[in-house]
Write a protein that binds this ligand. Structure first.
Ligand code: CQA
Length: 293
């Protein structure tokens, strides 16, 4: 029978497990941290001009690991400034983890946190219904635009939420990553459900250009060791394969022709390189910073 394939998004605990293996096998968070250390200061260099309070908005912040690192850079740039940090995150579990993280992090005294258990679209609707058009000095959307229904409308809305010197920071996989190759070739045959779009930073900059928005892009080279995907019976390899294909138990459930083709292409130069006997998938990311011009 063709395709008993089910989206990984329909099995939250397996998603979380495969995401953990992904973080362990990739430099995804490290390359974001490196960006925060070296480039974020210039991105935020004018967001706090002549302000005593900064309004920050995180969309799909998860457990807040990256958020707190960015907040600490903002504090360093604007010593003593008050920060209202708003978080829009649909998962109750992630919000719980975020609160735990805040509780055990020192030096957050000048920051207040407000969590909104919502999707970005629900948040947008709430703002429009309550006509509460607050402006934000810094808005970030990290690895989340795959999960909104209408990307151009979302970009337009959150751009309209920026204060005069505000910045919108978006991180997505690069159009030159292995993901892009995989999606172009196999997107239609994978259990893409209406929860996930195969979009890259290249698609975002196309949209921004056609909206006439000003933006600046930064490339973040990132690797993912997928050697385990090719080792028979390697459980972490199976979880990584699920993450790569967004499919639940891909190895078992994919039709064999599709499985064989994907396993072959994952090793091809369009997706990966080989280093010291390891297969390294191209997980390159891009940061797109949109100004309020
Ligand atoms: C849900 C949705 C997305 C999640 C999640 C839970 C996610 C990570 C962890 N839990 Cl319900 N998304 C995520 C984060 C980073 C990342 C990817 C997904 O690199 C992989 N994308 C491919 C580039 C997914 C499309």
């Amino acid at each position: 029978m063709e395709s008993a394939m089910r989206s990984l998004l329909s099995d939250n605990s397996r998603y979380v497990e495969s995401f953990r293996v992904f973080l362990k096998n990739s430099t995804e968070h490290q390359c974001m941290q490196q960006f925060i250390e070296t480039k974020l200061p210039e991105v935020i260099s004018s967001i706090g001009n002549e302000k005593s309070t900064l309004d920050v908005l995180g969309i799909g912040s998860g457990s807040g690991e990256i958020d707190l690192q960015m907040l600490s850079k903002i504090q360093a740039k604007y010593p003593g400034i008050l920060i209202n940090n708003n978080i829009v995150e649909p998962s109750a579990e992630q919000i719980f983890c975020y609160k735990e993280r805040v509780a055990k992090t020192p030096d957050l005294d000048n920051i207040t946190f407000s969590w909104h258990k919502k999707t970005s679209t629900e948040y947008e609707h709430q703002v429009n219904e309550q006509k509460e058009y607050r402006k934000y000095d810094f808005i970030h959307m990290i690895q989340m635009l795959y999960y909104v229904k209408d990307v151009p409308a979302t970009l337009k809305f959150f751009r309209s939420c920026l204060s005069p010197n505000g910045k919108l920071l978006i991180i997505l996989v690069s159009g030159e990553s292995g993901w892009s190759t995989l999606w172009k070739k196999y997107g239609p045959r994978l259990p893409l459900n209406d929860l996930c779009l195969y979009i890259t930073a290249g698609d975002i900059t196309d949209m921004l250009r056609s909206m006439g928005a000003q933006y600046k892009s930064y490339d973040l080279p990132s690797d993912m060791d997928i050697t385990g995907c090719f080792i028979e019976g390697d459980r972490n390899g199976e979880l990584l394969l699920d993450f790569l294909t967004e499919t639940c138990d891909f190895k078992k459930n994919a039709p064999s022709d599709l499985r064989d083709q994907i396993m072959k292409d994952l090793q091809s130069p369009e997706c990966s390189t080989t280093k010291d006997g390891k297969i390294i998938f191209n997980n390159n990311l891009s940061v797109v910073v949109v100004g309020n011009e």
